[in-house]
Design a protein around this ligand. Structure first.
Ligand SMILES: Cc1cc2nc3c(=O)[nH]c(=O)nc-3n(C[C@H](O)[C@H](O)[C@H](O)COP(=O)(O)O)c2cc1C
Length: 348
């Protein structure tokens, strides 16, 4: 990285999060386990463990493994509104006992949960999908707002595009803003910075990496897919609040719906076991995506992916993916400034 572009890419958010470059690994449930989180953190990014609705035993093992693998700061991601309150209470209590300093929350803002961890001096990043939710999260005490656009893979809370949402939230809020949704390249990072964001959060781009805990089938489907292959649907909704929408790669389940991708009532969806995650049964229409330990009808499961998927054409170590994105962002900023980047200057 050249000195000038390293300075351009380094935003105040990097100091707050203790990372070198403003690229955040999304706390993807099942996928962002300690191996991937450690790889991103050690490569200079900021990592999150995706622990939505996980058993405290798994959370303890993952947090301890990550604490051993890196001395970098990291966050634990949970989703208060989609978690049984008693389990959420145990998850957060355990993380505090383990010395977790940062949390990321998503979906409906639950101010009491934000305040609880703030009372312990923790840093809170809150992912939001609307300007109203951004205001609620800020009022509750969040330190960083992650603006998630409709292009995002996984659960999608709002219906506004990343471009418009980031600019509006960044203009209205005094907090650092991170852009999330459909970003998988250095040009996307540069664009987010131009819109007023101080960094980007990537899900899909890090899912297709060697260290991610996603099943290889899911990684290969991401590699093969283009933006137009993704669809927003609420048919993958078992165990989540009704009408919670997700962006997935179209498959036999979504194609069977025709245009009726939204408006599904979880109570009316049949319960049918189609796979197993170790010994745990996975039901058709559940929000589980295939992991390394999943067996069964993987094609029919939720193959989460954002619209930036066209740019993901190989499975590489997370550090390689991060390095490419940073180099592309440097080249992009240099091009916009009319100066050769370090890499183009060397090859000229
Ligand atoms: C496989 C997968 C699982 C996800 N799980 C979670 C989660 O558990 N918690 C969360 O806050 N966001 C989750 N998300 C959404 C991400 O936080 C983020 O908004 C999204 O990945 C950004 O879009 P992108 O995938 O296009 O980069 C998930 C996304 C994916 C792709």
């Amino acid at each position: 990285m050249s000195a000038s572009s390293a300075i351009a890419l380094r935003t105040p958010l990097c100091d707050l999060l203790g990372c070198d470059v403003p690229v955040l690994l999304a706390g993807m449930g099942g996928v962002s386990r300690w191996e991937l989180a450690a790889a991103v953190a050690e490569a200079g990014g900021y990592a999150m463990l995706g622990m939505v609705r996980e058993d405290p035993g798994l959370i303890e093992a993952e947090v301890r493994a990550l604490q051993t693998a890196t001395r970098r700061r990291f966050a634990v991601n949970v989703i208060p509104a989609a978690t049984d309150p008693a389990l959420l209470d145990r998850q957060i209590g355990l993380c505090l006992d383990l010395g977790v300093t940062d949390f990321t929350f998503f979906w409906d803002v639950m101010p009491e949960v934000v305040r609880r961890v703030k009372r312990h001096g923790c840093l809170v990043l809150h992912q939001v999908g609307t300007p109203d939710a951004a205001r609620l999260a800020q009022d509750a005490g969040a330190d960083v707002l992650i603006a998630q656009g409709i292009e995002a893979g996984g659960h999608v809370h709002g219906r506004i595009g990343t471009l418009a949402l980031v600019e509006e939230i960044a203009a209205r809020s005094s907090l650092p803003v991170v852009a999330s949704g459909g970003i998988a390249t250095g040009a996307g990072l540069a664009a987010a910075l131009a819109l007023g964001a101080q960094g980007v959060q990537l899900g899909t781009a890090f899912l297709a990496t060697t260290e991610s805990f996603a099943h290889d089938y899911h990684k290969q489907r991401v590699v093969a897919a283009a933006a137009g292959d993704t669809v927003l649907t609420d048919v993958y909704v078992l165990n989540w609040p009704a009408h919670a929408a997700v962006r997935v790669i179209a498959n036999s389940v979504t194609e069977g719906l025709g245009f009726a991708t939204l408006g599904h009532d979880p109570e009316k969806l049949p319960r049918q076991v189609i796979a197993h995650e170790a010994a745990r049964p996975i039901y058709r229409y559940s929000t589980d995506s295939p992991l390394r330990i999943t067996t069964g009808d993987l094609e029919a499961m939720a193959l989460f992916s954002g619209q930036g998927v066209s740019a993901i054409t190989d499975v590489v170590p997370a550090g390689v993916r991060l390095g490419r994105i940073i180099a592309e962002a440097e080249a992009c900023l240099a091009r916009l400034a009319g100066t050769p980047s370090a890499s183009t200057a060397q090859t000229a």
